[in-house]
Design a protein around this ligand. Sequence first.
Ligand code: IDP
Ligand code: MG
Length: 168
Amino acid sequence: MAIEQSLVLIKPDGVIKQLTGDIISKLSETGLKIIGSKVIQVTSELAEEHYQHLREEKFFDELISYIKGEYHTKSVLALVYQGEDSCRKIRKITGETNPERADPTSIRGKYGRITSAGVFENVVHASENTKEAEREIKLWFRPDELLYTLFPTELKEVKLEKLFWKGE
Ligand code: IDP
Ligand code: MG
């Protein structure tokens, strides 16, 4: 079985419900390794790019507001998992997209809900397959934010302004 990467997002409803620990514990049952993690305030550009395959759906605008944290808290925890068959293993634990249909013991089955506006607040995102995982990881992380250089990189010269602690 091939070594794969998978992007997991603990969505703003998962963060505000203080489910981060539970979700990471549950995912640790897979034995997969975390090779990247960060807390992000999601911009409109990132949200729309991440969900570009759903652009035409009637729930798209609400979905963008949801992932940006407009209904909960403006923070998402992004994690990259690596290991054998990681996409399938993680999606088995996260459960089906619709939280009402998800296995009740899965993360989405346990903690997800459908709002009266029809948004599936399903607590986590998990990459569907390796191809999607590559696209998503490249979107959410830069090469130097991961433990390994997963994909081909190139050096580019940039004029950089960086924030430092005062007096540093
Ligand atoms: P996935 O998250 O299980 O991969 P996708 O079809 O990629 O499912 O959808 C992305 C996200 O969009 C879902 O996790 C959910 O939050 C939302 N979503 C998907 N389908 C619906 C729907 O029919 N109604 C409302 N929200 C939906
Ligand atoms: Mg998906």
